[in-house]
Design a protein around this ligand. Structure first.
Ligand SMILES: [Zn+2]
Length: 162
């Protein structure tokens, strides 16, 4: 029998099917005790409607592997950050033509500075040029913005830092 952790780690994200929930950093913990499986997830964006699909996909994969007693806990604190996307996840994003997020802005515990400094450079996933411009703040999903490369003229999506 495959371990519940291995099963859960192989479940892919509904909106980014090239990435597993583990690579996305959404899968926080999997525990197994006397046949009972507890999965802890932290959804990427609270606005992302994919949470129910994630839960259903996890339940189905675990049930198919023989785990019928599954509890899925959603933990919102600490909130998900794009820094949790693994290296392999970042590579897969790039391979899919999506520019991976840069370092997430620091969450200040004191007063939050409004100026976030100069606009960060987003490299084109096709040719690597840093000469890119934002076309639309929102791409196919709220998690991504739409950009265009000024060098190769290709449009691409950028996974926003959060
Ligand atoms: Zn380019």
């Amino acid at each position: 029998m495959v371990s519940a952790r291995a099963v859960a780690e192989a479940v892919t994200d509904p909106e980014l099917p090239m990435l597993t929930l583990a690579e996305l950093g959404v899968l926080r913990d999997v525990t197994e005790e006397s046949g009972r499986v507890e999965v802890t997830i932290t959804p990427t964006y609270t606005g992302c409607p994919a949470l129910d699909t994630m839960r259903a996909d996890l339940r189905k994969s675990l049930a198919d592997a023989g785990y019928g007693d599954v509890e899925i806990r959603t933990v919102l604190d600490p909130p998900w950050t794009s820094d949790w996307i693994s290296d392999s996840g970042r590579r897969k994003l790039r391979e899919a033509g999506i520019a991976p997020p840069g370092p997430a802005p620091r969450r200040a515990s004191g007063p939050i500075p409004l100026a976030l400094g100069p606009t960060r450079r987003v490299r084109c996933p096709h040719c690597g040029s840093a000469d890119t411009a934002e076309v639309s703040r929102f791409g196919a999903t709220a998690c991504k913005s739409l950009r265009r490369c000024e060098s190769c003229r290709e449009p691409f999506e950028h996974f926003k830092e959060i």
